[in-house]
Design a protein around this ligand. Structure first.
Ligand SMILES: Cc1cc2nc3c(=O)[nH]c(=O)nc-3n(C[C@H](O)[C@H](O)[C@H](O)COP(=O)(O)OP(=O)(O)OC[C@H]3O[C@@H](n4cnc5c(N)ncnc54)[C@H](O)[C@@H]3O)c2cc1C
Ligand code: SF4
Length: 475
């Protein structure tokens, strides 16, 4: 049995599979440590008097407590405690930027506890040992709740409300549930079998899924409000930011999600003819110069996908300046550090450039051949607002495929939301009061649709909070 805390140990990460191997397939790039190492890593947690990790995690996970159990070798109890605050640790364990680790006291020396990887180990052990079992509610309240959208927010809502004994139906426009977990995030970050494994449990617990059902098109939202005791929108922030410059309509210019969703469907061998691109053609990066416009996570996922397509050259550009490498005085510990992030995809072969603004797409015979960019710099005006100034001469980056990865502005308004006549804030997100209730009676909202594009962990936390509010409303 390990003693606590184990200060003489260094942080040890499992790391990624070798680049030459992982770029030939789409399976998860991250490896796992053996169980003994995992127990030792958990023993590094100091059980701080003020655990900043609690404060940083939107779910309020109790990392010192469950890691103390893990350090003692009690894997079962560690999972049981983790599951009290978290519905789907198997997703965040792979996808979370580990807000907890950034605020870990050990991070003051750059050696935070490997909480995210420990979360993965504890959860996988729990599934392997068979103690993640369906636990249907013993009594039903008779109340009916409709959840629109089956991303992490919708799934957390459904799980929590079902546990309370309400009848829950999840309506999803795609052919399978999961939202961006399934159709967006690449398989090399999250294997889709993990979503199915969790869905099987929710199904056995009594949650009903109506897939291929777009509320607002296939189903009248007014009828939904009439037929159910409460309806919750968890429709995500699906409106991508566009770049309406000259040449935008050339063949070869796509939104990032057009490529990423297509790739998810190709891998799952789902009907590829469901692939929705502006041209209805399969997008391929093979042999092409690929330009990813936007320096964030979605852009990085495009880089990894283009590399696996065997692109000739992959370049990712960002309009903002290059962030500092390890420490940013503007975001000191225990805040989330705004520093340069290098993902597993970046390590697979790509050129990254900053301070470049896109002026126009250039083409021949209707096909993209290059993108004109110009160097910019940023200055603060008298009010502290950042103002962009063009500095350099324009430059043409050769490109046969350009992927727009500049974020998402708000949920899609046309269709469901406009038909409901629901109110938006200035950024276009659905507004709600402190009980998650929107301007429409009986209608609630959770996840990215409420606060804009965010993180999986925030969506799950929002779904849990909205479910608690809906449960109080129904009572
Ligand atoms: C490419 C990409 C990579 C990302 N990588 C990460 C990451 O590594 N880590 C991380 O923490 N976050 C990541 N994110 C962000 C994360 O995926 C989102 O914040 C999260 O999925 C939001 O959850 P949600 O449930 O609110 O919405 P979504 O996951 O967007 O789900 C919304 C669901 O609603 C459905 N829907 C919409 N309208 C209707 C309708 N009218 N009727 C029926 N169904 C409807 C949609 O089809 C979708 O299934 C990434 C996002 C993208 C785009
Ligand atoms: S969900 Fe994210 S922030 Fe919360 S404990 Fe897990 S890795 Fe840390």
């Amino acid at each position: 049995m390990t003693k606590l805390p184990n200060w003489n140990l260094n942080r040890k990460e499992a790391g990624y599979r070798p680049v030459h191997e992982r770029i030939t397939d789409y399976t998860e790039v991250e490896q796992t440590l053996n169980r003994d190492d995992r127990v030792l890593q958990a023993s590094r947690c100091m059980d701080c008097g003020v655990p900043f990790c609690h404060w940083a995690c939107p779910l309020g996970n109790r990392m010192p407590e469950w890691q103390a159990l893990l350090a003692k070798g009690d894997w079962h109890a560690a999972y049981a405690l983790l599951a009290t605050t978290h519905n789907f640790p198997e997703f965040t364990a792979r996808l979370c930027p580990a807000l907890c680790e950034k605020s870990c006291v050990m991070n003051l020396h750059g050696q935070p506890v490997t909480t995210r990887e420990n979360e993965a180990a504890v959860t996988e052990y729990a599934f392997a040992e068979g103690y993640v079992k369906p636990a249907p509610p013993t009594t039903r309240t008779g109340k009916r709740v409709a959840v629109v959208g089956s991303g992490p927010a919708g799934l957390a809502l459904a799980d929590m409300l079902n546990r309370k004994g309400h009848y829950v139906t999840v309506f999803e426009k795609d052919e399978h549930p999961g939202g961006l977990l399934r159709f967006g995030i690449p398989d090399f970050k999250l294997g889709k079998d993990l979503i199915d494994r969790r869905l099987n449990i929710l199904l056995q617990e009594g949650v009903v899924f109506e897939n291929n059902t777009e509320v607002g098109r296939d189903l009248d939202p007014a009828a939904l409000l009439h037929d159910y005791d409460a309806v919750c929108l968890a429709v995500g922030a699906g409106q991508p930011r566009d770049l309406p410059v000259e040449g935008r309509s050339l063949k070869g210019v796509h939104f990032a999600l057009e490529l990423l969703q297509q790739q998810n469907r190709v891998i799952s061998r789902d009907a590829v003819n469901r692939v929705s691109t502006s041209t209805n053609e399969l997008i391929s990066a093979k042999g092409k110069n690929v330009l990813v416009i936007g320096g964030g996570d979605t852009g990085s996922d495009c880089v990894g996908t283009a590399v696996r397509h065997k692109a000739a050259v992959v370049t990712q550009i960002e309009i903002m300046p290059e962030p500092p490498e390890h420490y940013n005085p503007a975001t000191p510990w225990p805040n989330y550090p705004l520093v340069k992030k290098t993902s597993s995809s970046h390590l697979e072969g790509c050129t990254r450039r900053w301070n470049l603004s896109t002026r126009r797409f250039i083409g021949e015979n209707g096909h993209l051949t290059g993108v004109e960019v110009v160097a910019v710099e940023w200055e603060k005006d008298a009010t502290g607002r950042l103002i962009m100034k063009e500095t350099g001469l324009p430059e043409i980056i050769p490109a046969g495929l350009a992927l727009l990865s500049m974020g998402f502005v708000h949920p899609v308004h046309e269709g469901l939301l406009d038909r409901l006549g629901v109110a938006y804030d200035a950024r276009g997100n659905v507004t709600a009061d402190a009980t998650f209730q929107t301007s429409v009676p009986k209608l609630f909202v959770a996840g990215d649709a409420h606060y804009g594009a965010g993180l999986v962990v925030r969506a799950i936390a929002s779904g849990r909070q909205a479910a608690a509010a809906i449960d109080r409303f129904l009572a």
